[in-house]
Design a protein. Structure first.
Length: 85
């Protein structure tokens, strides 16, 4: 790869981007699984319950992790929805 330093940089950037997407997908799957479980059981779910769930899950990841960052961004969306409700 020494003959193609730009190609190597791009490959590394792609690998990082793919890992980032995988991490976000993992966080989304966690949230969706929880919501689907509640829906399947026909348990009423309030915005406040979703907010508490996201907060609790975010705390399980390292403070600088992609998963935590993503869960916190979902939390911001939920809090915005709560303000509108």
């Amino acid at each position: 790869m020494k003959e193609f330093p730009d190609l190597e940089k791009r490959l590394i950037m792609l690998e990082v981007a793919v890992q980032d997407l995988e991490d976000r997908s993992l966080a989304d799957s966690l949230v969706l699984a929880w919501l689907l479980q509640r829906i399947t059981r026909q348990e009423p779910t309030s915005i406040e319950q979703v907010r508490r769930f996201l907060q609790a899950q975010a705390k399980t990841f390292e403070s600088d992790s992609v998963q935590r960052e993503h869960l916190e961004s979902l939390l911001e969306v939920v809090e915005s929805a709560q303000e509108l409700a």
